[in-house]
Design a protein around this ligand. Sequence first.
Ligand code: TPP
Length: 629
Amino acid sequence: MNAVAEAIHPVRRLMSGNEAIARGVWEAGVRVATAYPGTPATEILEYIGTYDDIHANWSPNEKVSLEVAIGASMCGSRAFCCMKHVGMNVASDALMTQTLAGVVGGLVIAIADDVGMSSSQNEQDSRYWGRFAHLPILEPSDSQEAYAMVIQAFDLSEQFDCPVIVRMTTRICHVKGVVKVGERQTHTAAGFTPNPAQWVMVPGNAKKRLQVQQQRDVTLREFSEQSALNYCDPGSDSKYGFITSGPAYTHVKEAFPEAPVYKLGFTHPLPVESIRKFAGDVETVIIVEETEPLIEMELKAAGLVVVGKDVLPSTGELAPEVLKRSLRALQGEAPEPAIEPVMPPVQALFPRPPTMCVSCPHLAVFYTLSRLRKKANFAGDIGCYTLGAGQPWNALDTCICMGSALGIGLGMDLGRGESDQGKGIFSIIGDSTFLHLGIQGLLDLVYNQGNVTVMILDNSATGMTGGQNNHGNGKDLRGKEAPQVDFAELACALGVARERVHEVDPYDLPVLYKLVKQEMAAPVPSVIVAKRPCVLTERFTPRRPLMVEADKCNGCANCLSVGCPAILVTRRETEVRESGREVMKAWVRIESAACTGCDICLQTCGPDAMAPADLTTITPIADTPVEGG
Ligand SMILES: Cc1ncc(C[n+]2csc(CCOP(=O)(O)OP(=O)(O)O)c2C)c(N)n1
């Protein structure tokens, strides 16, 4: 634990890393905090929202969130923003120039890397941003450090006149530990002072700031050599000496308790000379870092002989068993086989792919689109609706990054190959994702007259990350009333012809199907807003559950194409038709305790076998939604 944490009044709390960051932000006297949700960072701003004396708000995307924080810092307020790793790809345009301009009020950015990719589209190492943008990186190893480092990060930001990045990982964000907390500092903001040489980054001014930045690199490196955040833990067996940071530090300590460890907390710029001394006292230096070999490359470039990714994995977490297994190679031993989890048969889990919720409005959209599978290509995006790529719908063909559905849809239209001729092209995107970076894609689609039908799945929530409010649902971070975007009007304002813009209740399957077919045939951009609240939010009103009248079910299995997890198969048979064609038949029942009566399945039922359930016979079951993204 570092000196900053020790000095603070010791009230102990059990906190996740995200909660600890929020507490640190509050104690540091921050006045403005912003974010766009993204796992594993989402809860940081949600916790900050519980402190009334901080202006805390959701931004439509990470770039805007950073820009809001920058503006507040320019006025002298301490400001904070946070994001998941891919968020910085979006925000980086602001970051890469702000690093030249500097700060007035301390500006701290927490970036959370999803090491192990539990809920992300890729695995990135955000420590690169420190190298790229010439900024300090702090890496906590537990909740206590997350709390203490974020407070110190504000001081460093003001001391060195630059934003400071706190690099989190999923483990630090979500694991709980005891944190000694303190009181809120008071920070007043003097107000904005016009200073074009610093705030107007035209080439003439920016060139001068480049020199300031270069000088800062030097002072930051000197600071890193002296910082108490970087320290040596001598150990008792000098055969292997580990250099490590972040959660990997605790893994090293668990796997090799006797070994000397150089613990990096201020990980960029590296304290190379201090590390050189450490390296001289051990036989073999091993770098343990998640995920890319950044420390390793820099130390090798400085002439140190070290072991790193030649024996350790460069993806995923470096858990103690991974470390022990990998290091056997150093001793000339064969690697241990990977440990297979052993479960008694009674606990063995049935493989269960992720699926949409019971009554999710997206079910109706993908049921409908799946009817057109052979006649269309489906450019998709990121959200709960990405599950439309899976069974039984198979109606989403791409998922690259947030907002990409529209640009990719246009590209699919412009670049049609032989098999695409005459096909419809759909761009499928959620409300939050559309507001994040989809709007510009629609603008381009209109400007270039793409033959694409855009489906905006407006469930009035940022569903995938836990149902946060957004600019389209009329509520702010704290649940208070806020202005609300009208998606249909917005589409018209961007230039989509008014007669090509429709709003529909996706639960109304015939209307939805007719509209989708109609707009697919239109040779110009069109927009269908499928509007129904997410079933996990308070806006959703459950209706009377359904049941299947067993004597009426004829095994047609139409309802299974909806993909609702409340529909269960009771019997399967393969029927061979006169033509020789084999047809799968399935008799079903509805788990009425889970059903919320959306009636999507009822509308697909051939024999009219679904009816309101007898409420007196239903036993409630617990619902445990899974969040991610
Ligand atoms: C740049 C970036 N920021 C954040 C995320 C995390 N994330 C994934 S999907 C999503 C939003 C999903 O909401 P919406 O588009 O409304 O669809 P829903 O899940 O409600 O169906 C978010 C915030 C991400 N993957 N990439």
